[in-house]
Design a binder for this molecule. Sequence first.
Ligand SMILES: NC(=O)c1ccc[n+]([C@@H]2O[C@H](COP(=O)([O-])OP(=O)(O)OC[C@H]3O[C@@H](n4cnc5c(N)ncnc54)[C@H](OP(=O)(O)O)[C@@H]3O)[C@@H](O)[C@H]2O)c1
Length: 331
Amino acid sequence: MRILFVGGTGNLSTACTAEALGRGMEVFHLNRGTKPEKTLPGVRTLRADIRDPVAAGAALGSLEFDSVVQFLAFRPEQVEADLELFRGRTGQYVFISTTSAYKKPSLTPVITEKTPLENPYWEYSRLKAACEKVLKEKAAALSFPWTVIRPSHTYDDGWIPSCFGSAGYGIAWRMKEGRDIIVPGDGQSVWTLTHASDFAVGLVGLLGRKDALSEAFHITSDEHLTWDAVHRIVGGALGVEPKIVHIPSDFIASVIPERGAALLGDKAVSVLFDNSKIRRFVPEFAPRVLFAEGIRHSLGWFDSHPELERPNEDMNGEMDAILGRWRLPAE
Ligand SMILES: NC(=O)c1ccc[n+]([C@@H]2O[C@H](COP(=O)([O-])OP(=O)(O)OC[C@H]3O[C@@H](n4cnc5c(N)ncnc54)[C@H](OP(=O)(O)O)[C@@H]3O)[C@@H](O)[C@H]2O)c1
């Protein structure tokens, strides 16, 4: 089976590449080639900027695929460009959406694929929902074969999840420095973190499948942790006690609206994902990596890349600004 990942060397797509290669698939990447060290042996890379459709078309040449997985569409017009680029070239177009698009707060904490896509807070999520809408509407007229996949908060080596940004070492750096760590609300809302290697089993299991066409799936772990527990597990793996400061999400939103949007419309809302649909389609999908293990692996990866064990200045700026305002004496 011939697969194209648009992206391929990213946080999610690297693990998907490894899984596809492991299943004997022929894997192509389309990316700009900025991370050659992350390209796994056996992959054929097509060099192009996906935002330049002429260059992307030239890189694709006359190639055809059983499945194209688009990790890099965030706006409806990018999906529309893909309809032009990949029409007649693939038996399946997989759009990577997000579970953050589901309605929050929801009427029930249990989220299925039928939960409405209606996040009133976060523009990123609304745009992903708009992408799905355009895809479904335009694809119907063009008989374009699509599948939608909605990952939850997913991490791999090089990521330490937090609710103030997850790419890089930022939250671990603050913990090691003994800086205060903001956790929204009372720290008891429930969150789902998925290791990319588990996500990859679900995604790759759907590739090239006719029965997965015109279907949407979320793919998440079944481990549910409070945000306090997430931070204590990271601290435990580092050998430090995190200095957690609880601050209400709406206060955080009043200081940094964009951060507040990601909390009020997503990370501060307790939900549980019902994964029975992906299990039905892909019986081998059985998430294995508990957060305590995944985070030890990611921290071990950082230990072998000490030059990347550095602060995240945006995270520090946001947290310090919010903490400063939180501690102002009441007027
Ligand atoms: N991580 C999460 O928690 C999460 C949750 C829900 C949904 N998602 C979705 O997952 C997707 C991200 O996947 P990922 O984590 O694998 O991606 P990523 O880490 O952002 O990876 C970037 C990949 O895309 C390539 N790339 C970036 N800009 C490009 C461009 N203009 N043209 C061509 N290639 C480009 C990069 O290679 P080059 O730099 O060499 O081009 C690299 O291969 C997004 O759609 C996001 O909304 C993520």
